[in-house]
Unconditional design. Structure first.
Length: 146
């Protein structure tokens, strides 16, 4: 089973059982975005985490095996060569679909505004090496029906 097939099976079972990413995060002890990334094929899980997903969704061991496989990341993407900007593309490519899914579960069908938007960069001192903290806040804009 490949990652694409795995994702389809997981999303169908998740929908059928009305399970949220928060639910799966609790079962796997992972953040909802992290577990969504793995279930959508952008990350891998360890045995405990993969088995928790499979048991929660009543899926087969082939799905557990696929969840533990290391994914191919960034295949076919054209990205800038500047290392800092490249990392933003990497974050969006790896976690973008997962963040989108979590946002839709929390807010409904819509987008985060990049017009009514703020972005702050902060330095967080850490004895293991200072950290970059980036906080993005955008107004949620639901899609309208007509």
């Amino acid at each position: 089973m490949n990652k694409e097939q795995m994702t389809k099976i997981i999303l169908e079972a998740k929908s059928k059982k009305n399970i949220t990413w928060v639910d799966l995060g609790t079962k796997t002890e992972l953040d909802p975005v992290c577990i969504a990334a793995a279930c959508m094929g952008s990350a891998s899980l360890n045995t405990f985490e993969a088995d928790a997903v499979v048991q929660t969704l009543d899926l087969g061991s082939d799905v557990s095996t696929a969840l533990m496989e290391y994914p191919m990341k960034g295949e076919g993407q054209v990205i800038p060569s500047d290392p800092l900007i490249y990392r933003f593309f990497e974050i969006a490519y790896v976690y973008g679909p997962s963040v989108k899914s979590v946002v839709h579960e929390m807010f409904g069908d819509g987008i985060m505004s990049a017009i009514d938007f703020s972005l702050n960069v902060d330095k967080v001192e850490d004895p293991n090496g200072d950290r970059v903290q980036i906080t993005m806040t955008g107004k949620f804009l639901p899609y309208k029906k007509w």
